[in-house]
Ligand binder design. Structure first.
Ligand SMILES: [Zn+2]
Length: 256
């Protein structure tokens, strides 16, 4: 059973270029070790056959999560990585930086778009206060929200862009509509509906919470949480730790 869970996690984590191990190994490792016999059937029924192999065990070092320095492994890109001026501070592009439920919706969006022949690149996931301030200073074209006011600062927003022949396509409104519609079908809020600023690469989900709630430390209620996110509290605790490391790191860059 442990090997099975481990394998599912491994495949899940590496099946997406932008999605590397953070939550699943961290939480399900513990839970896998306490799985009761009568729950095995239910868990197994979640696992597509394609993931079922026998040759990997839970001891695989790839499944160990570094809860101290793991944040340093998050992917990020430098300014102009997608052909646009996005300021001096690097942008975090790692899917692991997102709230687990939101991240799964985004993975679905990426998959859905891929099936429609649209390749999406991740421009930014989690955003530090320092980075948000940088956008704010850069002007209204970038954001209308100051530090602490963007959903990016709670792992509940992402910016993406369609890629054609390795080039980011920012100005094809028909293409954006396809992406936006796909996101809305997944229950996401799409920035392509906004005017100030029009932000078609932006998707967010707050489960109905206002920014003020998020600011107070409340996170959205996740549908089917017990079935699909049994360790959400641990996940978020670790996320907040990693976010805080990034906050410290980028605010020290700003001060230089
Ligand atoms: Zn955004």
């Amino acid at each position: 059973m442990l090997a099975l869970v481990a394998l599912v996690l491994l495949n899940y984590n590496f099946s997406q270029a932008q999605d590397r191990g953070l939550f699943s190994p961290f939480d399900c490792r513990e839970h896998a070790e306490t799985v009761e016999d009568d729950t095995q059937l239910d868990i197994a029924s979640f696992i597509p056959d394609i993931f079922v192999q026998e040759d990997i065990t839970i001891d695989d070092p790839l499944l160990m999560v570094d809860t101290v320095n793991g944040w340093k492994d998050w992917m990020f890109v430098e300014n102009f990585a997608f052909g646009k001026d996005r300021g001096d501070l690097p942008m975090i592009t790692d899917m692991a930086a997102l709230h687990p439920f939101f991240r799964d919706r985004i993975l679905s969006l990426v998959e859905t778009c891929k099936r429609k022949g649209i390749e999406l690149a991740v421009v930014e996931t989690y955003r530090t206060h320092a980075k948000q301030d940088e956008y704010k200073i850069m002007g209204k074209r970038y954001t209308s929200s100051g530090a602490g006011k963007s959903k990016h600062q709670y792992g509940l927003a992402i910016d993406v862009v369609p890629m054609v022949n390795g080039k980011a396509i920012w100005d094809n409104s028909a293409l954006w509509r396809k992406v936006g519609t796909a996101g809305e079908k997944l229950g996401l809020r799409w920035g392509g509906r906004w005017k100030k600023p029009y932000d078609p690469g932006h998707f967010e989900w707050t489960g109905g919470l206002a920014t003020a709630n998020l600011h107070q430390g409340t996170f959205p209620t996740v549908p089917l949480r017990d079935e699909h996110y049994p360790c959400l509290d641990e996940d978020i605790k670790l996320l907040r730790k990693y976010w805080s490391e990034w906050e410290t790191s980028q605010s020290s860059l700003t001060r230089k």
